[in-house]
Design a protein around this ligand. Sequence first.
Ligand code: TEU
Length: 547
Amino acid sequence: MNPPWWKTCVAYQIYSRSFCDSNGDGVGDLRGIISKLDYLASLGIGMVWLCPVYASPNDDNGYDISDYEAIQPDFGTQEDWIALRDGLHARGIRLVMDLVANHSSDEHAWFVESRTAKDSGKRDWYIWRPPAADGGPPNDWQSVFGGPAWEYDAATSEYYLHLFSKKQPDLNWESTAFRTELFAMMRRWVALGIDGFRMDVINLISKPDGLGAGGNEGSMDRALNGPRMRDYLAEMRREVFAGTDLVTIGETPGMPLELAREVTDERAPLLDMQFHFEHVDLDHAPGVSKWDSTPMAMPALRATLSRWQDGMEPHGWNSLYLGNHDQPRAVSRYGDDGRYRRESATLLMTLLLTLKGTPFIYQGDEIGMANVAFDSIADYRDIETLNAWRWLTDTRGLDTASALAMIRKKSRDNARTPMQWSAAPNAGFSAAAPWIGPNPDYTGHNVAAAEADPDSVLHYTRRLIALRQGTPALHSGRYRLLDAEHPALWLYERTSEMGRCVVALNFSDTTQPLPPALAELPCLLTNHHNPAADTLAAWEARILGPT
Ligand code: TEU
């Protein structure tokens, strides 16, 4: 039996606001993406995940949706969206939309109605609770973006739950009427010819029993992987996806491996794949905050990803990513964005494209885009970053230089600066000043320069995707770590009935001897100009085989 399409293709994530602005308002849009369709096709990708383009007051850049079926005017019109869909499909690229259904915007008509009265018809579409005995919030949960997860609403003297910003009230999946309407809305998108959904924080949808009135104190983590999550996902699969070949991709922070394997089990899947967070949380100081960093060391990354590679066998399926719109840039975090920027960016791309699972390339990583170091907090835009700034400087009392250093390292805005198309003003992203400033390094690092340089990350990425597509061991072969202890080399093989490949990655800036058995294998691809058979140069990546 042939594997489903989403197991053999490479995905590309577009952060719509920052990809390409066609109409000179400083904000990326659908026509901008359409103007880059040939570029997308030239990469060899088979799927685009489009970050939210729905109507939104933009408190969280579109992850606060006020109408699930309207296109945000900043991005264009319904006709533009149809043109994008058709342009992708004409090039053999599937279109995956973002589904943000754990919460809506507080400006969504559902919430506007819900908050009017305790007996409103949509009251139970959101999570309302009376105040605690002291008049304060029902429990001690803190929101992901800082501050209490409950907001008092004077109209009805109750609190509503918001795990993210207070403009993102959590929807109540216990309401059958809500779920019925949600699934109908999803079916209308399916009827429009989409190829799947990436589902935002989909493991937060089932809240623990006894929520409110002092219940479930301790940590918001109690909202993860809740008691009825499986039931809701099974119902959604039945109601929306039965009989289709659409892909369902869960974003699931804090979902343990055992549960992820169960949820993506191909014999009875609730989701086809999911994004775990273990490797992107490795540099968060435990128990403090994501802003407090510990070093990102290769052996920990190797151990974590190897655990997921092995642990999802034999019936689960991994989504693979090293960066996205919420994370610092991969080359700055796991590589060396200074002296070895090209080498480490290509090495990381090799890793991403040779593990087992469906790889997601985040826009700009194919040209090695790096973190930005803005001069001042005034240059940052992200709600999480701005809230963190107040917390770091006010509550924790850090001086501005220390707080800025933390922000520069971890801000989500690192991934949200405009896509660097050329050395023209605004990185060729827009004719006007963009909504967020470009990374000043765009003059040297951009698509036009990369196209002209045969050694660029971009050309290497294309070669890598083509190699993966033509080498069955690289998409279906089992992963096996060859050396769990080496301090600098990550060596693994991918084996299938159709052959075996070995991947050798040097995560260091010194030359490393290659084990003799590997040195004899034919080289399929390397990111180095003059590979020596028995050594790996600094940040060299080599794919050997097939054998
Ligand atoms: O992210 C979920 C999530 O857990 C993030 O909040 C992430 O952990 C955080 O940014 C890192 O500190 C999704 C979306 O990808 C994100 O852009 C949204 O802000 C969030 O959900 C709320 O919809």
